[in-house]
Design a binder for this molecule. Structure first.
Ligand code: PEP
Ligand code: CO
Length: 459
């Protein structure tokens, strides 16, 4: 294996990285970013990896969720707070169902760049380069906006830094205290069936807290009841930026990509001989690998061996995204291929990216039932294969958007236009996200019971 350097990926073919017109300006920007403070610290990333190792062992569950693409336009504290609230609510539901701790990772504070199916977009007779994410070009359909602009990276860095600052405050400043669970509810879901169910859960938690308080255990004395660990993630797509955020940890000499705790390689850029795999093999961060219908089990195993030669637990998360109708065809083979090699991975399910369709009204959408079915199918297959379905990876927002059809609000194709705000893929709104968490609780329960009996059997 050749020597790895932060820039060795440049010697390999790469897909989905834009060509900037002014290379000199790009280098000036990247050199400045190299001297900016890290967004996350090596010790935090190591801590996350330890938590993820528990997921591999069936002792914790992973929830990774947030925007498809963050944008400059939707950047405001309410959006961050509301997304955070829904993630807390979902993880509480999952914790309760699984009786397992939930490792919470946001697709947030840096999830900007997007790989696009087509390099260009046509509107009427006019054809322009596709929108690639706010840190690269603008979504407006004009020649000027669609030109990749290196200076956008400064704005993206600054948005990521202040988003992270607020998330750290929410996680550790009292907001996430279990005794404040009633504050996590969003006004607009107050009348929904999910809210009724969540209220019941709140009551059970209040009873348990009162009991524990009587035994002398409360959030004044136990930090765990008062704070949560919340981690950040994004797709490591724009390698020039990731390279300039990669630093040597002075305590260990290891290289960490300090742009987020966790980064993943997308389904379109996971070529074994490509630059994205090369970059990810040298950083210490936990790495996700998206696996869609084109992924071959032996190739995925080879990629894992390159990125995680020591087979460290918690390092690799395989995020399957086959589409609800395709799970049977692809997932069992992938599970068997990975098992055969004895590789330690987290099996996470992304029920979003294989279920995108074009609505009759022209919008890109995802039917809630397809999303739900993919999760159920994936959990069912892991049950029969004897593997632990350890994670859920979804695109959602705390806003009351109408981007995915279905759910108890019965969002129809005609409703999509009323609040369709995503910059890229359709997201579950808070109602739908919470509903999903409740509807998969039986599967989660079975799955974690199996993991527990498996753990008992080997220990
Ligand atoms: C994404 O997660 O936003 C994405 C583009 O996914 P995938 O690589 O699985 O298509
Ligand atoms: Co997406």
């Amino acid at each position: 294996m050749k020597k790895w350097k932060t820039n060795s990926w440049r010697n390999y073919p790469v897909k989905h990285i834009p060509k900037y017109e002014d290379e000199k300006e790009l280098n000036m920007v990247l050199n400045k970013i190299k001297n900016f403070p890290p967004l996350v610290f090596a010790g935090e990333t190591r801590h996350l990896k330890e938590q993820l190792a528990n997921v591999v062992d069936g002792k914790a569950f992973l929830l990774q969720s947030g925007d498809c693409a963050e944008s400059f336009a939707e950047f405001n504290p309410d959006n961050i707070r509301d997304t955070f609230k829904v993630i807390l609510q979902m993880s509480l539901v999952l914790t309760y169902s699984a009786s397992l701790p939930v490792v919470k990772i946001g697709r947030i504070a840096g999830q900007f760049s997007k790989p696009r199916t087509s390099p260009t977009e046509k509107q009427g007779e006019k054809e322009l380069p596709s929108y690639l994410g706010d840190n690269i070009n603008g979504i407006e359909f004009s020649e000027k906006a669609r030109k990749p602009d290196p200076k956008r990276l400064f704005k993206a860095y600054s948005q990521a830094a202040s988003t992270l600052n607020l998330l750290r405050a929410f996680s550790h400043g009292g907001f996430a205290d279990l005794k404040n669970v009633h504050l996590w509810n969003l006004g607009y879901i107050k009348k929904s069936p999910q809210n009724k169910k969540f209220k019941e859960l709140e009551d059970k938690i209040a009873d348990s807290l009162a009991f524990m308080d009587a035994c002398g255990i409360n959030s004044d004395f136990n930090r765990r009841l008062k704070t949560v660990n919340f981690w950040t993630s994004h797709e490591a797509l724009l390698l020039p930026f990731e390279e300039s955020m990669t630093r040597v940890d002075s305590t260990t000499g290891e290289c960490h990509d300090t742009s987020a705790h966790f980064v993943w390689i997308g389904d379109r850029t996971r070529q074994l001989d490509g630059g994205h795999v090369e970059f990810c093999r040298g950083i210490e961060n936990p790495i996700g690998i998206k696996c869609g219908p084109t992924s071959k089990p032996d190739e995925i195993a080879k990629i894992i061996n390159v990125i995680n030669p020591k087979n460290e637990k918690g390092k690799i998360t395989l995020i399957s995204r086959f589409g609800h109708n395709n799970v049977d065809k692809f997932l069992p083979k992938l599970i068997r291929g990975i098992k055969k090699e004895g590789l330690n991975v987290i099996w996470s399910c992304d029920p979003m990216h294989g279920n995108t369709i074009k609505s009759v009204t022209g919008f890109k959408t995802r039917p809630f039932d397809s999303i739900l079915n993919e999760v159920k199918n994936v959990f069912g297959i892991h049950q029969s294969e004897g593997s632990f379905a350890g994670g859920l990876h979804i695109e959602m927002t705390g806003q009351n958007v109408t981007e995915c059809t279905g759910g108890t609000q019965k969002i129809s194709d005609q409703d999509l236009s009323s609040r369709y705000r995503t910059h890229c893929d359709p997201r579950l709104n808070a109602n739908q996200a919470l509903e999903l968490a409740f509807l998969i609780s039986d599967e989660i329960k079975k799955n974690s019971n199996n993991a527990r009996s498996g753990i008992r059997a080997v220990s």
